[in-house]
Design a protein around this ligand. Structure first.
Ligand SMILES: Cc1cc2nc3c(=O)[nH]c(=O)nc-3n(C[C@H](O)[C@H](O)[C@H](O)COP(=O)(O)OP(=O)(O)OC[C@H]3O[C@@H](n4cnc5c(N)ncnc54)[C@H](O)[C@@H]3O)c2cc1C
Length: 456
């Protein structure tokens, strides 16, 4: 097989990947960016170049701002491989990907993993009913196709993306039957300890407050401090039931959009057996890197939300810092300190708000570890929380063993979607910390591939 080579291969064309590419090109490195999407932009700037003006206006200034980075990337001289699904990466910088129905190889002297975040699962009763979706998924439909719900929708959960979507739906004229917020008074108290630090990111803070104020001003029914969320229905969702201030509430709906934050997409870094740690503030796994994002003594770096949830601006800065470090290692930037200094400063500023956000929107235990045994955890193989708890009773020690006990995590998503829930469910059952029970052993292919893709 023909193997293309490049100085820097980047997996992911979101803010981290695009900024890294631009920075590396200024150092004269050859750069190839692969992304499974048909256009660059990642999650936040999805489709930003071709979105009609009216849609961009609905999505807001943070979205339109991405056009600048996308245009800098377009003129940077980096090669963009669109619709390229990476299914394997090795610590020496070799990448296997599928494009145009054929598997191909690319060898980078260095590789930047910038595969971003994914929505945290929301495993409550009824979450697998048709008509229950992630708010992020609904936003993808809005960004890529301008699609809006026809019927009144219920938004439930917590976190900036949930309020952002509510605000975007308001501007687009979509009808919101209710916003059911799980953030409780105790969350505000916990977060208040981090308020002073968050003031360094005052612009972000102001934006967030603006979104919430706009939602409060609208005539949407807002419920706060809600618990015991349950999607009800037989063949499809018919209502969201929950408790607020000691009373039961039931809101009929045919579309329930749930969200409780995003978590790093770590499948690639796990697949190379990199060390990961449990982030207690963000309740998720993150790869262990040096300050530039390098994974141990490998040819691999990680930047952006796939390293730790930091947001779009900090992701872009991390991408630039990784590119500088790679340039330094390749000998084209002998002194990294002067060039890196302003980026390290802005990284501090952009991430100052994180402890506040992590404390305020910490997803509730009952919405991460299913209370009811009936709740499906592994959607691909239809393994329930009750089954996982039974496996533990039979001697199952951690997520990897649930595969042998009941095919948990062995479906097309390769555990990407259920992994966190499985770790936390087992940890709770064994009365251990998530760090003590570990994660799935992730092996390539990390994305589904067809045998036909290997035919020359
Ligand atoms: C659904 C969703 C919607 C979001 N919307 C917003 C928003 O509107 N505003 C906001 O401020 N933040 C939003 N976020 C958070 C936002 O994603 C990040 O803060 C920011 O985009 C992170 O940038 P990144 O470059 O690290 O990753 P991303 O922007 O996520 O880019 C990662 C890219 O990697 C690609 N990729 C991943 N795996 C592979 C693979 N195996 N092969 C090939 N390509 C791959 C993906 O297609 C994606 O384009 C959203 C997050 C999610 C999950």
């Amino acid at each position: 097989m023909n193997v293309e080579t490049t100085d820097l291969a980047i997996i992911g064309a979101g803010p981290a990947g695009l900024a890294a590419a631009c920075e590396a090109r200024t150092l004269g490195l050859s750069v190839t960016v692969l992304d499974e999407q048909s256009a660059v932009g990642g999650q936040i700037y999805r489709n930003v170049v071709s979105a009609p003006r009216a849609r961009s206006a609905i999505l807001g200034p943070d979205y339109s701002a991405g056009a600048e980075l996308v245009s800098a990337f377009a003129s940077s001289g980096a090669l963009h491989l669109d619709s390229a699904v990476v299914w394997n990466v090795a610590t020496d910088g070799t990448i296997d990907y599928i494009r145009e129905g054929r598997t191909r190889k690319l060898s980078g002297k260095y590789v930047l993993l910038a595969s971003g975040a994914m929505e945290r699962p929301f495993p409550i009763e009824g979450w697998t009913l048709p008509g229950v979706m992630g708010a992020g998924a609904a936003q993808i439909l809005l960004k890529s196709a301008g699609a809006l719900p026809r019927e009144p929708v219920v938004l439930a959960g917590c976190g900036p993306l949930l309020y952002l979507l509510g605000w975007q739906y308001l501007r687009a004229g979509a009808r919101i039957a209710a916003l059911v917020d799980t953030t409780a008074t105790s969350d505000y108290v916990r977060a208040s300890r981090h308020l002073m630090g968050a003031l360094r990111s005052w612009k972000e803070l102001r934006k967030g407050l603006g979104l919430i104020a706009a939602l409060r001003r609208s005539n949407i029914a807002l419920y706060s401090g809600c618990s015991d969320l349950r999607a009800e229905g037989t063949c499809k969702v018919e209502a969201l039931a929950f408790r607020q201030d000691g009373r039961s509430v039931r809101i009929p709906t045919s579309l329930l959009l749930v969200h409780q934050g995003v978590v790093p997409n770590t499948q690639l870094s796990w697949s190379v057996k990199a060390e990961h740690r449990w982030n207690k503030a963000q309740l998720c796994w993150e790869p262990v890197t040096d300050i530039w994002g390098r994974l141990g003594e490998t040819a691999l770096y990680v930047a952006g939300d796939s390293r730790s949830i930091v947001g779009a601006q900090a992701s872009a800065v991390q991408g630039r810092l990784a590119a500088l470090s790679i340039g330094n290692r390749l000998g084209v930037l002998p002194d990294i300190t002067i060039r890196a200094a302003p980026y390290l400063e802005s990284l501090k500023r952009y991430t100052a708000i994180r402890p506040f956000l992590d404390a305020l929107y910490r997803p509730k235990d009952e919405n991460r570890v299913p209370v009811s045994d009936k709740v499906v955890v592994c959607r691909c193989e239809e393994v329930t929380a009750g089954q996982i708890r039974r496996f533990v009773g039979l001697g199952c020690q951690g997520p990897n063993q649930t595969k042998a006990f009941g095919r948990c995590g062995m479906g097309p998503c390769q555990g990407r979607f259920c992994g966190l829930t499985v770790t936390e469910t087992i940890a709770r059952e064994r009365q251990l910390e998530p760090a003590d029970v570990g994660y799935y052993r992730i092996r390539p292919p990390i994305k589904p591939v067809l045998l036909g893709d290997f035919v020359e």
